[in-house]
Design a protein around this ligand. Structure first.
Ligand code: ADP
Ligand code: ZN
Length: 709
């Protein structure tokens, strides 16, 4: 078979190896995509080795299957992309195929169709403009259209590879303040040493302007920029700011983008200088000539993908990506993650501080209100304390704005029967059902874990007694606020009214809303100049989970929220209503005791991350008995697996929500010291698991989560 060659192909599967196929001897290269058959199904795979030997397959050459088609229509995967997939898979203990699948979620649509559509849209735009020019009566209007038309026509023809690099830069941002300039030059020094810089600066200290300047510079040097944010929806203002500075280069990309949109973005990236503003999955776009990676709000848990595999953290993947391109990395935060602080102390990152707010406003004052004590002395009206009501009243009178955070969407998070006392639970999950009001006034019960919805009858399904909603979610709080402040303009922001989001944010920004009520969304990423009062209701729901990170996350969220108010010169007020006023998290907010140094000390003492690495092994099974038995077996197998000194294990234990969508869950937690054995320890965990699955033929589901958040 002299006229055939052999190739290795990476398939979008949880497959440890890369099967061998034969191709007719023609030009095929690493990164080409091919249609192949594997185990009776067809897949689009990626060529990872174009020159394999026929023995590599371990079967006779006559049994090696030929590829079905070389997909020249699809763009070639770059060696940098392949390298990133390998690094991510190695770190997160998954297969490169799973990363490939996440990076290229296949749809039916192909690049050609998207190109044709883009071409059509472009033509239509030109036609519309020509039409407008013909109809324009005034000379200056016509001139403006002509200018737009020229821009549109030239954009299409100009860019070849390397794009329009070297062209004059776009609009400049504002002049940096002395403090920003100082931070900026320190960052440049750090970049010069090839290290990531951690920019630690309170909200409003001007971090974004520093990013913009660094981005401008990278683009002027002909290199591209990736700007990561935790969530796009919450970054609309940032999007506007970025668009103002980089109108030509900006492409916005988030996880929910469709396949055509992804292809569109890839086409743009191939032929233009670009700045991608996007969520974690934008690390898997086909990057080229990357010069700078910005990770804003680097501590945000939404950078972590929980499900499905790869369970990666966008921040870590971004650092890997930057390493591959030798690009600079800047991480920014008002409350840096302990991981990043640890990396600074270990010398891997270097920290730069921006201590003052740009407009020099002082931090908001904090007032903690003990709801139990207040209730005893008749100081509560529903969910609001009289003290808070007074503050809101005062703010309204002064023409200021208020934001209220309640970390539970729904009308009531719990519904109880007044007769038999039972609490309505999802029959598939181990959680209480929430009562929601629909816009038309009807009511439904929703499981926040599996999403199941059913009608609310007001009658207990067990005894037929009357049901009573308990507690208040955002909807109820909105209702209460409308009664308390009938004259105020009030709106709600949570994932139940997603579609209204952009409008509400805009209205709040322009002062058309006085009181904004919502879930943690209201704490994130906005810059509202009129906001002078922020309040958290039932702050307890942020604490008290069994996770060792809960307090850290609660503190970060509270600090973030506090930073939202009083951004312009005047001082704001931050009210926390809680039934545990003595909780250490609040004294941290008050600046009294534990700060991140305190958290770090505690972590060191217990050998928790960032001083160790955690791997969660998650077992799911419909059959509880089998699950309990198997998780014990696996635990025993792991303790015999030869993990090095200093490693430890916890569990199997049930998580806070023990059953989701009928599957019971058990977790085994492995703690590995961060020493030279780390890599081999991780491999041992993976191999033990693989052997276990193979030997036991366990029908349940086992997954690995490295660095869970
Ligand atoms: P951060 O990103 O740290 O929250 P921002 O970059 O959003 O801070 O800055 C806070 C506010 O100060 C914004 O309204 C921003 O426009 C303004 N600002 C920051 N730096 C400058 C500057 N150098 N000149 C003018 N305004 C600035
Ligand atoms: Zn459920």
């Amino acid at each position: 078979m002299a006229d055939s060659s052999y190739i290795h192909v990476l398939l979008p599967l949880k497959l440890k190896w890369e099967p061998v196929y034969s191709v007719p001897s023609c030009s095929i290269a690493v990164g080409d995509r091919v249609r192949v058959e594997f185990a009776g199904k067809e897949y689009v795979g990626v060529v990872t080795d174009s020159d394999a030997s026929e023995d590599a397959a371990g079967i006779g050459p006559d049994r090696i299957k030929p590829v079905l088609e070389i997909l020249t229509r699809l763009n070639r995967i770059s060696k940098e992309e392949l390298e990133l997939w390998r690094q991510v898979s190695e770190y997160y203990l998954c297969t490169a195929g799973e990363v490939y699948k996440a990076a290229y979620p296949m749809g039916k649509i192909e690049e050609e169709q998207v190109k044709a559509r883009l071409e059509e849209r472009h033509k239509a735009r030109i036609e519309r403009l020509e039409d407008k020019i013909a109809k324009a009566r005034r000379e200056d209007t016509r001139a403006r259209y002509v200018e737009q038309l020229n821009a549109l026509m030239s954009r299409r023809q100009a860019p070849g590879p390397g794009g329009a690099a070297g062209e004059t830069s776009g609009p400049q941002g504002p002049e940096l303040s002395p403090a920003q300039t100082e931070a900026y030059s320190r960052i440049k020094d750090i970049f010069g040493n090839g290290r990531p810089a951690l920019l630690h600066g309170v909200t409003g200290s001007g971090k974004t302007e520093v990013y913009m300047k660094l981005a401008r510079e990278a683009l002027d040097n002909g290199r591209n920029v990736l700007f990561l944010v935790p969530e796009i929806a919450l970054s609309r203002q940032l999007e506007e700011r970025t668009r103002a500075v980089f109108p030509e280069e900006l492409q916005v990309f988030h996880s929910a983008e469709t396949v055509p949109r992804r292809i569109e973005t890839s086409i743009f990236m191939r032929s233009n200088p670009y700045l991608i503003l996007g969520t974690r999955s934008s690390v898997f776009l086909p990057h080229r000539d990357l010069g700078l990676v910005i990770v804003d709000e680097e501590q945000d848990p939404s950078y972590k993908q929980d499900n499905p595999s790869p369970r990666y953290n966008g921040r870590e993947a971004a650092i890997m990506l930057a390493g591959i391109f030798r690009a600079s990395v800047i991480l920014g935060s008002a409350t840096p993650s302990l991981e990043s602080l640890y990396n600074c102390s270990a010398g891997r990152f270097a920290k730069v501080d921006l201590t003052r707010r740009f407009f020099d406003a002082a931090d908001a004052d904090v007032e903690i209100i003990d709801t139990i004590a207040e209730r005893k002395k008749n100081g509560m009206v529903g969910s609001f304390s009289r003290k808070l009501i007074e503050h809101i009243g005062g703010t309204l009178e002064a023409g200021g704005q208020t934001a209220i955070l309640r970390e539970r969407r729904s009308y009531s998070p719990v519904v109880q029967c007044q007769e038999c006392g039972s609490i309505l639970k999802c029959d598939r999950c181990d959680v209480a059902l929430s009562l929601h009001h629909r816009p038309d006034g009807s009511e439904k019960l929703v499981c926040h874990y599996c999403g199941r919805v059913r009608e609310y009858t007001g009658r207990c399904p067990k005894c037929g007694g009357n049901l009573q909603p308990l507690g208040a979610g955002t909807q109820k709080i909105e209702e209460e606020a409308r009664k308390l402040f009938p004259e105020a303009r009030i709106a709600r922001l949570d994932s139940d009214n997603h579609s209204a989001e952009a409008g509400i944010i805009k209205q709040f920004e322009t002062g058309q809303i006085d009181i904004l009520i919502g879930t943690r969304m209201v704490a994130k990423g906005f810059d509202f100049s009129g906001l002078s009062l922020v309040a958290v209701l039932q702050a307890d729901s942020l604490l008290g989970q069994q996770d060792f990170r809960a307090d850290e996350h609660a503190l970060q969220l509270l600090e973030q929220f506090r930073g939202r108010c009083g951004r312009r010169a005047e001082k704001g007020l931050f009210v926390i209503q809680t039934s545990q006023p003595d909780h250490p998290v609040y004294s941290s907010v008050l600046g009294a005791s534990q700060d991140s140094a305190g958290f770090l000390k505690e972590r060191k003492l217990f050998g928790y991350p960032p001083y160790s690495r955690v791997i969660n092994i998650i077992l799911r099974d419909y059959n509880l008995q089998r699950l309990e038995l198997m998780s014990r077996f696996l635990s025993e197998a792991l303790s015999r697996s030869g993990l090095s000194e200093g490693s430890s294990m916890a569990g199997p234990y049930p998580p806070a929500v023990e059953k989701v969508a009928r599957e019971h869950i058990r977790i085994l937690r492995v703690l590995l010291p961060k020493d030279r054995n780390l890599k081999s320890n991780k491999r041992i965990v993976l191999e033990t698991l693989e052997r276990f699955e193979k030997d036991r033929k366990y029908p349940g589901h086992i997954s690995l989560d490295v660095d869970p958040v």
